[in-house]
Ligand binder design. Structure first.
Ligand SMILES: Nc1ncnc2c1ncn2[C@@H]1O[C@H](COP(=O)(O)OP(=O)(O)OP(=O)(O)O)[C@@H](O)[C@H]1O
Ligand SMILES: [Mg+2]
Length: 287
């Protein structure tokens, strides 16, 4: 049994109105404990809708979400519990900070879980460490923080619930390159320390290529690919036709292949260098 089993999910917004939209169409996949899965797809492909269904903020019209074998939408209690067990960090989460201090903001989820004050304090400190937020900042107002620090504070609030699955919807959106790699490093560190299962929604093919065990590709509400980065990025033309990009290294390899060179597919700098070296070596040694 997988940690998360998503079976035949379908969902639409604004039913029976002229604005009706089929946001998800018969989506099924599994996620195993400890996996890091990226979800990619053109804008409006249903990524955020799907994520909100995984922690029971939205209820599917059809299909089910099983967490450790149990349907999270089965009852009000199971849906409520799913909010803590599947921690969802929204797009631009810093807009949802509202407490007087960062510590209170990070403590918001654990408090709602009914945890004792000592445990909450311990969790707040640990989560702040995970996201690299200086302890001295915990007593400050979140509005005194820089944009990047606000983002970290908001992510810490979800980590402090110690969810089985951490979902980050566009965690690096709007950050500069240094901020992006800092947030990514922090997610990878959190995962290494806790062994948590992580789902990252991203528009960046470079991020999906660099960090994922597996990638899910959504197109117009349907799941069109569910595979390893190597397999996903070998579908260059299909991805482009869905309005998606591929990592720059994949593009270079593809351009070489188009010129008739026998070079293996690659999606990271290292793999592309290896593939090009292997091609050159094969040419040198061929009679
Ligand atoms: N609350 C809502 N009411 C009506 N339609 C909505 C609502 N939220 C999303 N939609 C529509 O549902 C579809 C899927 O939206 P969703 O936000 O899940 O896509 P997304 O893949 O997360 O997009 P993005 O990459 O822009 O974040 C889109 O057509 C969107 O306009
Ligand atoms: Mg979205």
């Amino acid at each position: 049994m997988s940690l998360l089993e998503v079976k035949n999910l379908s969902f639409g917004y604004s039913r029976a109105t002229p604005f009706e939209i089929q946001a998800l169409k018969d989506v099924s996949f599994n996620i195993d404990e400890g996996e890091l899965v990226s979800v990619i797809g053109h804008t409006g492909s249903g990524k955020s809708t799907l994520m909100q269904m995984l922690n029971a903020l939205l209820t599917p019209e059809q299909g089910e979400v099983l967490l450790e074998g149990k349907n999270i939408h089965e009852s009000k209690t199971s849906a409520y519990e799913a909010r803590f067990r599947v921690g969802l960090c929204f797009q631009y989460p810093e807009y949802q900070l509202f407490c007087e201090t960062c510590a209170e903001d990070i403590a918001f989820g654990p408090k709602n879980m009914g945890l004792p004050p000592d445990e909450i304090r311990e969790r707040v400190k640990q989560a702040a460490r995970f996201v690299g937020l200086d302890e001295a900042l915990l007593d400050h107002s979140p509005f005194d923080l820089s944009g990047g620090q606000k983002r970290r504070c908001a992510i810490a609030g979800v980590m402090a619930m110690r969810p089985k699955i951490l979902i980050l919807d566009e965690p690096t959106a709007g950050l500069d390159p240094a901020g992006r790699s800092a947030v990514l490093d922090m997610i990878l560190h959190y995962r290494q320390e806790t062994g948590a299962t992580v789902i990252i929604v991203t528009h960046s093919m470079e991020i999906a290529a660099a960090v994922s065990d597996r990638i899910l590709v959504l197109n117009q509400g349907a799941l069109v690919f569910d595979s390893t980065p190597a397999e996903i990025f070998s579908h260059y033309e299909a991805l482009v036709s869905m309005g998606l990009n591929v990592p720059s290294f994949t593009k270079i390899i593809y351009a070489l292949q188009k010129r008739g060179l026998h070079v293996q597919n690659a999606y990271t700098a290292q793999a592309a260098a290896d593939a090009i070296c292997a091609m050159l070596h094969a040419e040198e040694t061929s009679p």
